[in-house]
Design a protein around this ligand. Sequence first.
Ligand code: RIB
Length: 308
Amino acid sequence: MKLAVIGSNMVDLTAYIHHMPAPGETLEAPDFSISCGGKGANQAVAAALCGAEAMMVSKVGSDLFADNTIENLKTFGIDTRYVTKASDASSGIASIFVDESGQNRILIVKGANDLLAPTDIDAAETELKACAMIILQLEVPLATVYHAIDFGRTHGVPVLLNPAPATKALDITKVCACDFFVPNETELSILTGLPMETLEDVEEAAKSLLVRGLKNIIVTLGGRGALWMTQKEKQYVAPYKVTAVDTTGAGDAFIGCFASEYAKGGDVLAAMKKASAFAALSVTHKGTQLSYPTQEELAIFLQKKAAE
Ligand code: RIB
């Protein structure tokens, strides 16, 4: 079972801090790390760790980070034949602050990711047509995202869109053909302009997108679990209680694991439950890809949780 991620890669520069700096404040961070990230790459890595044969269509820059990014994907067994180098751009960079509660603030420089074009998708047509699912995010141009959705519809390949980072420029009518739309609550709020205080608020916001033509909406709610809504169904998946050290990339962990599991059996709820566990375990460690568990670690975690 093969999955394709058409999307971003970034170099994550993460500073671990006690609290977020106030405007004009200079703070010292007691810890720092450089690692491979980017929503697309994180999702591909999570899918690969959950047993999928993953490929990426992505763009790196012409700098010292480029080869390392490609090599890193290869270490997870990801097919990088369609990860190409842009000759006149930097690699994508994410500047991340993680505070003591594990919450993060992220600022991205898209760099080469902004040059991923519809033609890059067409170049991988043969391989993409053979995939069980295409996974997309919004760290690459919207035109490329729309083209990928049209490609999926034309060739009968299911598409999952993670609208992250959320932008009001996203044309919902152009993404209605995607099979799964997976925002977190912040993204859902930005896209709908609606509040997210209560679970009822989340449901109302999801409903407003269903009315506009989206089919399956899965909202990741962090410590509040996850919600799946269609025109006919509404299901909550309860969260796993863990102590969060770093929540960065947890949404990507959920999506990669969900796609991998769903592609195996087509069971949305079962895939959401496994994805919740995979993402919960990821927040107990620092980093994004580096925090994702192996299947053995996940099995031990699930056994432990079942015994509690
Ligand atoms: O979702 C987490 C990711 O967002 C980080 O890895 C960072 O690169 C940004 O893209």
